[in-house]
Design a protein around this ligand. Structure first.
Ligand code: ZN
Length: 331
């Protein structure tokens, strides 16, 4: 299967990933671990109800003799759990305690839908309101969100937890707060596979919503230490350690170069634009949605000012969306 193909891809014995290239906004990869003849685990569910149905239909063939008993949500962003109503009601849903906390705070699907629909109408307006609207509409894309808040996970853990899927161990580890408050990874040692959620964006620009960034860099070091045969990112193609190192280099550069701009008194958007114009940026220019650096810089500035991490709500993200939308208009 080519990297551009959508759908299930077998990555190891009885281990699958549903790939959504190229991995832009809402194009989330999900996973499936099968214990043949017995039970299965699904990793993440997608936010677009139409895509969620497609995943359910394709999954049905693979779990015909191994019903889904376990489901995992890697973190609280809607594109990783708003499809929870499509999993069997009898399956247990697990996430980290921090992730469940963030899911309860996050703007619900109805609210995001209302913002994006408004954005589609007012996106033509000049100025920050139109820029925010057009960017919000871009984030939603053509997705249709569920009407009600989906089922929340019913089982949480603090730092590590192991789930037995018909004799196959799945090691969960909480590595946040970083991308969001609750980021966790699932390591499947019998096949050397790691499902990394959004701690890995490959060929797509990562977003720091929560921080601290050092936690994300430490999480990447942990992923490297696992030395897996295959890593499944939340967005983008399957990868190995070379791509993880590239992401680590990106964050180290953003952290150091961004901090110099902060110390020099530049505004966060100016800092991001300086980095995007620099020669160091060239090696990352082919990644999808490079304007997301503006979103990450607004989070970094908040932390450098000594403010607490912001809640995962749209109102908190609106200003950064306006800045990113304005940048896209001008470039
Ligand atoms: Zn995501």
């Amino acid at each position: 299967m080519a990297d551009t193909e959508v759908g299930y891809r077998q990555i190891a014995d009885d281990t699958w990933a549903f790939m959504r290239p190229p991995g832009s906004w809402g194009q989330t990869n999900t996973g499936l671990i099968v214990g043949p003849g017995s039970a299965s685990m699904l990793i993440d569910t997608v936010w677009d109800v139409n895509w969620a149905e497609r995943v359910v239909a394709d999954t049905a063939e693979l779990v015909a003799d191994a019903p889904i008993t376990e489901v995992l949500n890697t973190h609280s962003d809607g594109d990783h759990w708003w499809g929870n109503d499509t999993v069997p009601a009898t399956a247990r849903i697990t996430t980290s305690a921090a992730s469940l906390h963030a899911m309860r705070e996050e703007t619900p699907p109805k609210g995001v839908h209302a913002f994006a629909s408004l954005g589609a109408k007012i996106g033509w307006l000049p100025g920050p309101v139109g820029a925010m609207g057009s960017y919000m509409n871009r984030v939603r894309g053509d997705a249709t969100f569920p009407g009600a808040l989906p089922r929340l996970p019913d089982h949480t853990f603090e730092t590590t937890w192991t789930i037995d899927v018909a004799g196959r161990s799945v090691h969960l580890r909480y590595l946040g707060p970083a991308h969001t408050e609750g980021d966790l990874i699932a390591h499947v040692p019998d096949v050397g596979v790691v499902f990394a959620g959004d701690l890995l964006f490959i060929d797509a620009t990562p977003v720091l919503w929560h921080g601290p960034l050092q936690n994300w860099i430490d999480a990447l070091d942990h992923l490297l230490e696992l030395d897996a045969a295959v890593y499944v990112p939340g967005h983008g193609p399957l990868c190995g350690t070379a791509e993880i190192r590239a992401l680590r280099n990106y964050w180290t550069w953003v952290s150091e170069a961004g901090r110099s701009c902060f110390d020099a008194g530049l505004a966060p958007t100016e800092a991001a634009q300086n980095l995007l114009k620099s020669s160091e940026f060239g090696q990352y220019a082919h990644w999808d949605s490079h304007e997301r650096l503006i979103l990450s810089m607004s989070t970094l500035y908040r932390l450098w000012r000594g403010e607490p991490p912001a809640p995962p709500t749209l109102t908190r993200r609106a200003l950064a969306f306006a800045d990113a939308g304005r940048y896209l208009r001008e470039h």
